[in-house]
Every structure is written in C-alpha cells, then in structure tokens.
Design a protein around this ligand. Structure first.
Ligand SMILES: Nc1ncnc2c1ncn2[C@@H]1O[C@H](COP(=O)(O)OP(=O)(O)OP(=O)(O)O)[C@@H](O)[C@H]1O
Length: 306
C-alpha cells in the first residue's frame, strides 16, 4: 500500500514561508480532505509532493520515494493541480494519448478514462472550447490514466455542475474503497464533509489538525438538541429545573447544548408536555473548521484606522 509521507517539510519563497515544518502521512483506503484558508500552503505542499518545486528543507515522498525518482510517475501518482494545464489547441483525446504514450500506458486506457469522466462526446473537440467543468473532468481523466494507487486533486469540484459534484463525490469514495490513497483539497466544507474520512488542515504553512473528520467536528462543536413544545415557557422552566443550558431557537423553541434527544424527550414526556419538535443538531464541518481557523486566517479584515 502506498502512502504520501511529508516529513518536516518547509518551503520559503524569498522571506515568505509557504510551508513550515510540516509533517503528516496520507494513508491508503480513505479520502483525506486537505483544508486551510487561502495561502495556507496546500497547493505548495502538493507541488512539493509532485517534485514541481524543491523544498527548502524536509522531504515529501510517495511510497517512500521522492516523485522525481519514480520511473513511470503517472502509474504511481495521478494529480490534478491546474485545470488549464492541457494545451488548448489539442483535442481532449490527443492530450490523453500523448500522456499515455510518454508513460507506456496502453492507448485503450484513454477511451476508458474518457468514458469514466463523461467526456466521450467531447473527446474530439479542442480543449480550448471546453468549459471549466469539462477541463476539470479532463484533468481528472489524466490523473486516472495510469490507474495509480495515489491520487491528489486540488479543488476538483471547481466549475463542476451539480451532477458533476455528485459524480466526483462517488468517484472519490470509490477510489478510496479500492484501497487507493486519495488527497483532495477544497474550500467547500459541505462538499468535503460528503466525501472525506480524514482531514489534514493547514494554517500559514503549519499543521493545524490531522485526524478523522468525525473526531475533528466533535472536538470543536458541541452537539445540541432543538426542542419545541405547545408551551415553550413551561418547557424552559422544566429544562432550567433540570440544569439544562437552553438558549432560544431561531424560530421558537429552545436549543439545549450538551444534551441528548433521549434525555430531553423523557423529561418532557414525564412532565406531560407535548413536543412539536425534538431534533439532534450535529456539529458541521464548516462550524468546526471556522472555529479552528478563525485565529489563523492570513487575510483577516484589517481594522480601519480613524
Ligand atoms: N511561486 C511562488 N512564489 C512566491 N510565493 C508563492 C509562490 N507560490 C505560492 N506562494 C505563496 O505561498 C503561500 C502559500 O500558497 P499556496 O498557493 O500553497 O496556498 P493554498 O493553501 O493552496 O491557497 P489557496 O487556497 O488560495 O489555493 C502564499 O502566501 C503564496 O502567496
């Protein structure tokens, strides 16, 4: 099984440290979401893993070897970094055929990945006529061409229509289920929550979190219960008498922090209070992420000096 290993990795551009002593492993068999504010260092890290840039110090390896030492890199790592990487005057099919030829990948694979990414009908059109979403699909097709055990995608949902977003979600889940190592950067929290098992979060080039997504959310967002009854004043008194921390809900009723639906349901039923609503409020990835990165954002709003 092939993992991506980043060890004490740093990259400086002049005086700016884009990546700062970063250490993490991307393991096979799961989708790892790669998160962080603009400028946090995600793309730089991916570029360093792909040998497109040299680290100032530290290492980034794939299956224990630097990318530049891989004999047939497309068979080992598939990557989408920039949807505009393909030559505009080539057809999508020719772009993939050229890549296949230079990595000794059978040409039959080109039609397979074109079909798999929904591009068969557009395969003979020049890339410059492609929409952003079609370019993303072509980039993903190129990443999958060598059937690699490691896949790294930078903002793959960018430009995709709703059907494309559902497609990529299923694709990422399938690639992980096949035992591949999948690293995906995104700014879309709902999207990331729908496909990631694990998260690596950066802030100003440093590692802020490396943990399962559920644990990341649970550590930062308190679960709560929304409850509404026919008599919200009586409900408030009941909750207060039992030491519950209840705040007014947005459209009536109460939000009870650190509570479970079982407890609140039993309490109301014991008091003979009919309930109109009783829902568990799970924390979202967006809430947890914003909580973590609030202090880390590089581009926080400047205070206006009077
Ligand atoms: N070639 C370069 N020359 C100089 N600075 C660079 C270069 N590439 C990246 N940087 C700087 O390094 C930092 C990290 O950028 P990077 O693109 O890796 O962040 P990111 O997390 O991918 O951001 P985004 O979410 O906006 O894509 C930024 O401050 C950026 O300006």
């Amino acid at each position: 099984m092939t993992s991506i290993d980043v060890r004490d990795l740093s990259k400086e551009y002049g005086t700016r440290r884009a990546v700062d002593h970063l250490t993490f492993t991307v393991a096979p068999g799961r989708v790892t979401g790669f998160l962080g504010p603009n400028g946090a260092g995600k793309s730089t890290t991916m570029r360093l893993v792909l040998g497109l840039d040299r680290p100032t110090s530290g290492t980034a390896t794939v299956g224990g070897r630097p990318y530049t030492e891989l004999r047939e890199p497309l068979r080992e790592v598939g990557a989408l970094l920039d949807a505009h990487a393909a030559h505009g005057s080539r057809t999508g099919r020719d772009h993939l055929r050229t890549l296949a030829a230079s990595n000794r990948i059978p040409v039959s694979r080109v039609d397979e990945v074109l079909a798999g990414t929904g591009l068969t009908a557009a395969a003979r059109r020049r890339v410059r006529t492609y929409s952003l979403g079609m370019r993303q699909r072509l980039g993903i097709a190129a990443a999958l061409l060598g059937d690699p055990p490691v896949i790294m995608l930078d903002e793959p949902s960018n430009g995709l229509d709703p059907e494309g977003i559902i497609w990529i979600r299923a694709l990422l889940r399938r690639l992980a289920a096949e035992g591949r190592t999948v690293l995906v950067s995104s700014h879309l929290m709902n999207e990331t929550a729908s496909f990631a098992d694990h998260l690596v979060v950066l802030g100003r080039g440093r590692l802020l979190a490396d943990m399962p997504m559920r644990a990341f959310i649970d550590a930062r967002v308190q679960p709560a219960v929304r409850v509404r009854s026919t008599d919200d004043a009586a409900l408030r008194d009941l909750l207060a008498r039992h030491g519950h921390d209840a705040a007014p809900g947005e459209d009536g009723g109460w939000v009870v922090r650190r509570a479970r639906v079982e407890d609140i349901g039993r309490l109301a039923s014991g008091a003979g209070l009919p309930l109109l609503e009783l829902t568990a409020q799970e924390g979202t990835l967006e809430q947890a992420y914003l909580d973590l990165t609030a202090a880390e954002t590089e581009f926080t709003a400047q205070r206006q000096e009077a």
